[in-house]
Design a protein around this ligand. Structure first.
Ligand SMILES: C[S@@+](CC[C@H](N)C(=O)[O-])C[C@H]1O[C@@H](n2cnc3c(N)ncnc32)[C@H](O)[C@@H]1O
Length: 252
């Protein structure tokens, strides 16, 4: 099931949209045999999509010597969680402490408020996914683990519900949590602020915080939340040259 509600914030030109649509059609009707599709996904990786993967490859390398779990706030279809699982399989397949935890309503945005401005044209429910999508994603993450060592130990968790409630509950139930990498991608103010406040005492020197929408006028809420909780003057907000949107902070 597709959602149309975020159409208003796609910044691509009509020529790019047209080329992307053609790519999708060629992907859907690819004349490849089933058993060769996964090994040939590079056929369909555009520079923009590959850049995001390369970003997370660089970030993952930076956390290898830091203890702790990986958290993503705002999962949607779950590609970043799946990518993290694959990177763990490549770099540290026996690190059972590198749990990967994702938080999402799996029903789209929840808690849009005035700090989110008018430009994104989103409402609660935007960026929703298919019904019961978390079950599908659970299967994908389980398959990722099965292709790597110690697959009998489940090393991922999906936490469904409004993050304003589920995040404090999670840390209350799991007080031992140390975070090596946390990805903020709720896009909006309220859950981002709660997430930032909740992770603070679970970070250590070397922890990395990734943000998808800092300094973004379409989704101002993420920057406002960061400013209010950590203060922009107290952190270095860094980036890699291959992606324009994603940025990160290392706790120093
Ligand atoms: C831009 S999407 C995340 C994209 C994803 N990180 C990726 O890499 O493809 C934003 C997500 O935040 C989730 N979200 C927004 N508000 C939330 C809330 N209050 N609680 C839990 N999830 C929320 C939405 O359901 C949506 O899936």
């Amino acid at each position: 099931m597709k959602t149309e509600k975020h159409e208003a914030i796609i910044l691509s030109s009509s020529q790019e949209k047209d080329a992307n649509a053609q790519f999708v059609q060629h992907f859907k009707f690819a004349p490849l045999p089933d058993d060769e599709i996964l090994a040939n996904l590079g056929l369909f990786l555009t520079s923009k999509n590959l850049a995001r993967i390369l970003f997370f490859y660089e970030i993952y390398k930076q956390i290898l010597t830091t203890h702790g779990v990986i958290i993503e706030f705002g999962v949607r279809w779950g590609q970043t969680l799946s990518l993290m699982s694959a990177l763990r399989g490549i770099f540290e397949p026996f690190n059972r402490h590198r749990k990967i935890i994702g938080f999402d309503t799996f029903r789209g945005f929840k808690g849009i408020c005035e700090q989110d401005g008018e430009k994104c044209k989103c409402t609660d429910g935007s960026f929703s996914v298919a019904d019961d999508y978390e079950k599908y994603l659970d299967t994908i993450l389980s398959l990722q683990e099965q292709l790597n060592p110690i697959s009998h130990l489940k090393k991922y968790e999906l936490v469904k519900g409004d993050a304003v409630r589920t995040i404090p509950e999670y840390f209350n139930d799991n007080p031992e949590t140390i975070i090596s990498l946390v990805i903020f991608d709720f896009d909006i103010y309220k859950p981002t602020k709660v997430a930032l406040e909740s992770v603070k005492s679970h970070l250590c020197k070397g922890s990395i915080l990734v943000f998808d929408e800092l300094c973004d006028d379409i989704f101002p809420g993420e920057t406002i939340a960061l400013r209010e909780v950590l203060g922009l003057n107290n952190v270095r907000i860094k980036r890699f040259p291959m992606t324009s949107r994603v940025s990160y902070i290392e706790i120093e």
